[in-house]
Design a protein around this ligand. Structure first.
Ligand SMILES: [Zn+2]
Length: 1117
């Protein structure tokens, strides 16, 4: 069975890397005593006194051959498990006497690019040089100003920012119009009085020190409003139409220093250790992970909580930058008449569109070379190429800041989270080469003896090349004889540019058997398709559609390199409240079915013939897929089981001794009597109560236990849901989430409406390259360490991220904290090592290295931040927080942290100025608008139309999103289609996501990675209507249309081409919904106009910015 057991240590890839051809084992001087402990080398400092992570020299773990699976491995002295990657096979690091490698035939499955370009960049080997002169200095004092005299007041607590005071009960109806529930008929408020006839010109906001003192005459009026112009009030509908929208008197401008919602109170704690009940462990698998952050308390005693109840005023600390702040009455104490209208020009506040455009213009043309430490990459919205010159590409790792404060005190003061968003198997554009695979033969990858870090460009070779000093823990290691090479006059190995692991930021090592489970090379993984054949699945047409699709899709299973066919075997199960296994052995004339009705103790009734090679068993498989829809065509069975299905798939993989993936196609709440049986516990009355968190928690612990077993087996679960009503996504997604799988949801699935979306997702999901049975470890240089992790994975200890499966879309977000002082000269290093089994069954290690700068000046931190990554981290932090804390607490925590970050900048980095000015760091000027989008998202502030399952689904999706995905998800892209010349087929420049940017004479596309709308203005030209929709007037356009007619004219081609292009950029198929201005569906669309006040109570951008300003001033006063 174990076909690879006798695999030779020589890689199966026979293609030697040309650049290695000349490598010759030359004149090794010989140091037989190279196993000596590092102690004689005191000159190299050895371990730093404060370093806690490493065992004493000489300590080594048990032989890797103990081979326990990761979930149950013992803890080594430094936290490493006995599992291969983090163990220390003695043969790997010591000199293997007698083994004299003549040459290391590096193999290279992705032979697309030579290493040559690297050689031309000697800078790569000087990672410890002085930091480059920053071109970003000019940004330091850039900031935005806002006149406090006209700063609008936000609505009273409970209106715009606090939770809605009441919510309509769920209608429970599922739409067929897309991801989210549609609005119940009758609930859509009437629209306002039309839209602006012309769109205001896009004004560019000067990046430096823009002042947005409001014009006395007011900014552009929001045209759809019927009443007085209120901040953010963009809809004219009467509040009564939204039960959770509490009407309130209009706020008004207040004098400088006015307090917004409450006097200063004690700052809400930012981290779990300060906040009882805010438990932060996501996976239930590691201890008080954020404990050490307890001293990250707010330096600002005056921090207020946005939306919290007013408390008694407290004495203010001495003022520093706020000389003109004067006390003033509470906003909510003022009579409504005294509150004036806010008049901030929306064009004068920082614009996401402008920032994105500027970055595209400034950084889109040159490739981003990674040779310089601490360089902030272009934004995720900019198209750019990457040249690996010694640091990992931003496609693999993005950081919240590329300049880390040297001390924890500084970090505490700034409150900027230090985190990296890591996408270890990220797909690259065709122009960029996949990581090289390095084969060190039987000796395996070279590692530091103490901290187990892998050889990388930052390791320092000393003593003529006979030893190297670890860049992570400073340990001096012997260079094994077969790896010896001379140094040049600069101390660099002369072969540095011939070896990926000495010159590149990202590369792979072929793993030895020591890195394999049970000390056996893995066999190729298997895919098992598990199809719900209950009444709902059959009736909707799903079963027939799926079986038909699988017949052809099985030819596109992931392959490796130039392999002719996939090594992956397949198996099939159908189920309702019993399970049916199929024998599809190639020797059979017809498939055989075996029914297991005792679902309480699941077993696999057949081994031989269950998992088969597609090409060998094609005839039998085709016959099976033809028969399944017929067999169950008349089923009346409506009940389903769920946990036993996963159990069965996992047991089948276990019996076959391989890793793999289950594809589950499931329709209903599993109420049949079986393990993991669920009940309908949906209760929207819990929203905005302390029990709201239970809506996000699984209702049964059985799924976590099951997930743990799956992880141990390397069994990843992808779940396709087709619910007609509540299915408890929060519980059903536990196993996919903990096994690195994906969840897809198609509410009220109907073949005619949803087949394109489902089939597109399915094809992509089945074909995508996956790493199986993976373990990821992030090592850091002395001074910082990884303390917290977010994503779809399982952790059984505090350091190893276990992933039954990991694909190129999934990210793991890692937070770091200080455990010692850093210094500017050395900087800080990260090394992410991912051990995984490839689709062909090859065991590999993928290594990503990244060097960051360290700073003693806060201004350097603020100058080198990346807001998109910060938002990615903060959203994941918040979305995990809702599992254990009231949603309101989570929102308040986010707001406070944002205010603290910005107040610290104002206090320490900005030049003194009037407190009436809001000054934002250039790199963070979009933090308020983006954070507001997170606060208004369906997880943290659901509208009446959002179901509990929608929220659980989105929460789970965001957890493993990369930075580009969270960016567009929280701030959707809105593209006008007829502004640019019709011949111009490039993507038109986006406009801000606000209703006032919509011209009723135009049509727009809006997308956020999951949803795609085509909005049609009521006054759009008849010619445009005819060209795009093929009808003669606006009124004839079908609202909710999901497919545009294929018409032979330029505009039609352009619009359809743009839709295709947007879909191609996203990891999930976005179903189109055509929305007509002033139509009912427009309410759904308006949810995505995130700069406006939302119907669920979310603040407008302008309001939120003003509120943030108040928060900052309170912190500073
Ligand atoms: Zn080390």
């Amino acid at each position: 069975m174990n076909v690879n057991q006798s695999a030779p240590p020589v890689p199966p890839f026979g293609q030697p890397q040309p650049v290695y051809a000349g490598y010759h084992q030359s004149s090794y001087g010989g140091q037989p005593g190279s196993t000596a402990a590092p102690t004689p080398y005191g000159a190299y400092n050895g371990p730093l006194p404060g370093y806690q992570q490493t065992p004493p020299p000489g300590v080594s773990r048990a032989p890797a051959s103990s081979g326990a699976p990761p979930a149950s491995t013992a803890q080594g002295p430094c936290g490493q498990t006995a599992y291969g990657q983090f163990g220390q096979g003695d043969v790997q690091n010591g000199p293997s006497s007698g083994v004299q490698m003549q040459r290391l035939p590096g193999s290279q499955p992705f032979a697309s690019a030579p290493l040559a370009p690297v050689v031309s960049q000697p800078a790569v080997l000087q990672p410890y040089g002085p930091p480059p002169t920053s071109a970003q200095v000019t940004a330091q004092l850039a900031g935005m100003q806002i006149s406090g005299a006209v700063a609008p007041a936000p609505p009273a607590s409970g209106l715009g920012y606090g939770p809605p005071t009441s919510l309509a009960s769920a209608s429970g109806s599922f739409p067929n119009s897309g991801l989210y529930g549609s609005y119940p008929q009758g609930q859509a408020p009437p629209l306002g009085q039309g839209h602006p006839g012309a769109q205001p010109p896009q004004r560019s906001v000067p990046p430096q020190a823009s002042s947005f003192t409001s014009p006395a005459s007011g900014g552009p009026r929001m045209p759809s409003m019927t009443g007085p112009l209120l901040p953010g009030q963009s809809f004219g509908g009467p509040p009564v139409s939204q039960p959770n929208h509490v009407s309130s008197p209009p706020p008004q401008a207040l004098p400088p220093g006015t307090q917004m919602t409450g006097p200063p109170g004690p700052p809400p704690p930012m981290h779990s250790s300060q906040q009882p009940g805010y438990q932060l462990q996501q996976n239930g698998s590691f201890g008080p992970a954020r404990g050490p952050q307890s001293n990250y308390g707010s330096p600002y005693p005056g921090a207020a909580t946005f939306g919290s109840q007013p408390g008694p005023p407290q004495p203010l600390p001495p003022k520093r930058l706020d000389p003109d702040a004067i006390p003033s009455p509470q906003l909510n104490e003022l009579p409504p008449q005294q509150k004036t209208r806010h008049r901030i020009d929306p064009d004068a506040i920082p614009s996401p569109i402008q920032v994105i455009e500027d970055d595209r213009n400034n950084r889109g043309s040159e490739p981003f070379a990674t040779g310089v430490r601490g360089q902030v990459p272009p934004l995720v919205t900019t198209n750019f190429l990457v040249k690996d010159q010694g640091n990992a590409s931003p496609r693999y790792i993005r950081c919240t800041s590329y300049n880390i404060p040297c001390t924890s005190d500084m970090a505490k003061q700034a409150q900027v989270p230090l985190a990296a968003v890591i996408k270890p198997l990220a797909r690259l554009p065709p122009e960029e080469a996949s990581p090289y695979v390095v084969d060190h033969g039987e000796s395996g990858p070279l590692r530091c003896n103490r901290c187990k870090a892998y050889m990388c460009p930052f390791m320092q070779f000393v003593e003529g090349g006979r030893r190297f000093q670890c860049c992570f823990c400073s340990c001096i290691n012997d260079v094994p004889p077969q790896y010896f090479q001379h140094l040049d006059h600069t101390g660099k190995r002369v072969d540095a540019y011939d070896r990926p692991e000495l010159s590149l930021g990202s590369y792979e090592f072929l793993a030895t058997v020591d890195y394999c489970k049970n000390n056996k090379f893995p066999i190729p993984p298997a895919f098992i398709f598990m199809i719900d054949v209950s009444y709902n699945a059959v009736r909707s047409g799903l079963v027939r559609l799926l079986c038909e699709e699988l017949k052809s899709l099985l030819d596109f299973l992931p392959r490796e390199g130039g392999a002719e066919e996939s090594a992956i075997r397949v198996g099939f199960v159908t189920y309702n409240k019993v399970l049916h296994f199929y024998n599809v052995k190639s020797s059979l004339a017809q498939p055989q079915m075996m029914v297991v009705s005792d679902v309480s103790d699941m077993f696999v009734p057949l081994l031989d013939g269950f998992l088969v090679n597609v090409s060998e068993s094609r005839a039998v498989i085709t016959s099976l897929l033809d028969q399944i829809p017929e067999m169950f065509a008349d089923t009346r069975e409506t009940e389903t089981v769920f946990a036993p299905v996963i159990q069965a798939g996992m047991e089948a993989l276990k019996a076959a001794e391989c890793a793999g993936k289950l594809f589950l196609f499931h329709t209903s709440l599993p109420i049949a009597e079986a393990p993991g049986k669920l009940k309908n516990r949906d209760d929207r009355k819990l929203i905005n109560t302390d029990k709201e968190k239970t809506l996000f928690q699984p209702q049964s612990g059985a799924y976590q236990t099951l997930a743990k077993e799956c992880v141990a087996q390397g069994c990843c679960v992808d779940l396709f849901l087709f619910p007609n009503q509540y299915v408890d996504v929060a519980t059903l997604s536990v196993v996919p989430q903990l096994t690195g799988g994906s969840v897809y949801k198609y509410a009220c699935f109907q073949v005619e409406n949803d087949q394109e979306r489902f089939l597109s997702d399915l094809r992509r999901d089945v074909q995508k390259v996956v790493g199986f049975d993976a373990v990821m470890r992030v090592r850091t240089s002395t001074g910082i360490r990884a303390v917290d992790f977010f994503g779809a994975f399982y952790m059984s200890n505090t350091t190893d991220v276990e992933l039954a499966g990991l694909d190129g879309d999934k990210t793991v977000t890692v937070e770091f904290k200080h455990d010692d002082r850093l210094n500017e000269e050395n900087g800080a290093l990260l090394q992410c090592a991912l051990l995984y089994t490839s689709c062909a069954g090859q065991r590999r290690l993928r290594i990503h290295n990244l060097a960051l700068n360290c700073c003693t000046q806060l201004a350097d931190l603020y100058r080198n931040c990346e807001t998109d990554t910060l938002i990615n981290y903060m959203a994941k932090f918040a979305y995990r927080g809702v599992l254990s804390s009231p949603v309101k607490t989570v929102r308040d925590t986010l707001i406070t942290q944002c205010a603290q970050i910005l107040a610290c900048y104002r206090k320490n980095c900005a030049s003194p100025s009037s407190a009436g000015q809001l000054i934002l760091p250039e790199c963070m000027k979009l933090l308020p608008v983006y954070l507001n989008c997170v606060l208004k998202s369906e997880v943290l502030q659901p509208g009446a139309e959002v179901t509990t399952d929608d929220r659980a689904y989105v929460r789970q999706l965001v957890t493993s999103m990369d930075v580009a995905e969270t960016n567009v998800f929280f701030y959707p892209r809105l593209l006008p289609l007829t502004k640019s010349p019709i011949e111009n087929t490039t993507e038109p420049p986006a406009v801000r996501a606000s209703e006032e940017r919509l011209s009723n004479g135009d049509i727009y596309l809006l997308e956020n990675g999951l949803n795609l709308f085509l909005w049609v203005g009521a006054s759009v030209q008849q010619g445009v209507v005819q060209s795009v929709f093929g009808v003669s007037s606006f009124s004839q356009i079908t609202s909710g249309l999901s497919v545009l007619p294929v018409l032979d004219n330029l505009l039609s081609k352009k619009v359809r081409g743009l839709i295709d292009s947007l879909r191609a950029q996203r990891s999930r198929y976005m179903k189109l919904i055509v929305v007509k201005q002033e139509d009912k569906l427009e309410m759904l669309f308006k949810h995505f106009l995130v700069e406006d006040k939302s119907l669920s109570g979310g603040a407008s951008y302008v309001d939120f910015l003003c509120h943030m300003h108040k928060e900052i001033r309170q912190l500073l006063s």
